[in-house]
Write a protein that binds this ligand. Structure first.
Ligand SMILES: [Zn+2]
Length: 346
């Protein structure tokens, strides 16, 4: 696997842990704690070969897909969904994240008595359970449309997002196997979502599909994720669009969407002044944390502490949080940043 775990040093990691951070691209299921996965798997008849993958730290791409299969098999009950939501948020708070915008695909699993609606309610109950115990971190939620879904299923997810908008669902995401389906299938649902005031982020350019990526850029989503496989024309269009881009270094390297950390398109986009935000994608699957992703960027792209602070602070503005929450986050950030700068100077 093309990871360079010692690319950064402990001092850089400690600095990045001390930074207040904003997580804008984290899939709920891909962020499940290993200990919880182990417990949930023990309660069910799960293939022991799959369970062995939980103990593996550095995973190959095939092993990452195995972990996704395992997660899908164990997160089937309302109580499990509530629990993993609360725990993922607790882990974000422990990593000094001040705003976590999670995303998840509402799943209908009739064999487990689960509908898309009860799934969303379980996630919201998990967020409420977290917020009752923790006051320092704000939380947002996006509902994902899976690329395997039909136009009708996509519209159902949009209807749920509209229904739960006042409960904290701020928008929609399009994700899933990038080789499947067609943008035109989900576009009407996303048009309806946007017309009702919901924000939209699209996974785009994960594989080289220039016609689709071009159509997505022309549609002007509020944010994009990945954009790894672009030709010169698409890269120019992206830069001209100024659409904030969620970048997940470990995910892109492990899934071999980019050749290695120093080659990651973060470098070019960052130096071109394009709005970028570092995210984890699936922290559990890729054995990472947001602090680690910041440390990887700091080391791979030779960024100094001031640049890392600015990178973290700007991320607040790219979130889908309401403006009064963004204001509160900036105030909290500035207070924490002043302490960091003071302790660095002394
Ligand atoms: Zn993703």
């Amino acid at each position: 696997m093309k990871t360079l775990p010692d690319l950064y040093n402990q001092e850089q990691l400690a600095f990045c842990q001390s930074l207040p951070k904003v997580e804008l691209h984290a899939h709920l299921n891909g962020s499940v704690r290993a200990s919880t996965l182990r417990e949930l798997a023990a309660e069910k008849q799960i293939d022991p070969e799959l369970c062995k993958l939980i103990e593996k730290g550095d995973r190959t791409l095939a092993e990452c897909f195995g972990i996704f299969t395992l997660i899908h098999q164990v997160t089937t009950s309302i109580s499990a969904i509530q629990r993993i939501t609360r725990e993922v948020l607790e882990d974000c708070a422990a990593d000094n994240i001040i705003f976590a915008e999670l995303r998840t695909t509402p799943k209908s699993r009739p064999e487990h008595g689960l509908t898309k609606q009860t799934y969303v309610e379980a996630v919201l109950a998990g967020i409420d359970a977290f917020s009752e115990q923790n006051s320092g971190m704000e939380v947002g939620l996006l509902l994902s449309i899976d690329r395997r879904e039909s136009a009708e299923e996509a519209m159902h997810t949009v209807t749920l997002a509209q229904q739960y908008h006042s409960r904290g669902v701020s928008g929609l995401d399009l994700s899933g196997n990038p080789t499947l389906g067609s943008w035109t299938t989900w576009r009407p649902a996303l048009d309806a979502a946007r017309a009702s005031g919901l924000h939209i982020s699209l996974h785009a350019g994960e594989v080289y599909r220039p016609a689709e990526t071009s159509q997505m850029l022309e549609w002007r989503p509020d944010r994009l994720g990945h954009m790894c496989c672009l030709d010169e024309q698409l890269r120019s269009s992206l830069l001209a669009s100024h659409i904030p881009l969620e970048l997940c270094l470990s995910s892109n390297v492990i899934t071999e969407s980019v050749a290695g950390y120093p080659d990651h398109h973060f470098r070019q986009l960052y130096h071109a002044g394009h709005p970028v935000v570092l995210c984890t994608d699936d922290s559990s699957v890729f054995s990472t944390t947001l602090s680690r992703e910041y440390a990887l960027a700091m080391a791979a792209f030779l960024l100094d502490r001031r640049e890392m602070l600015m990178l973290a602070k700007k991320s607040i503005d790219y979130s889908f949080a309401e403006s009064h929450i963004k204001q509160r986050l900036h105030t909290a950030f500035d207070r924490a940043a002043a302490k960091i700068q003071h302790s660095s100077a002394s």
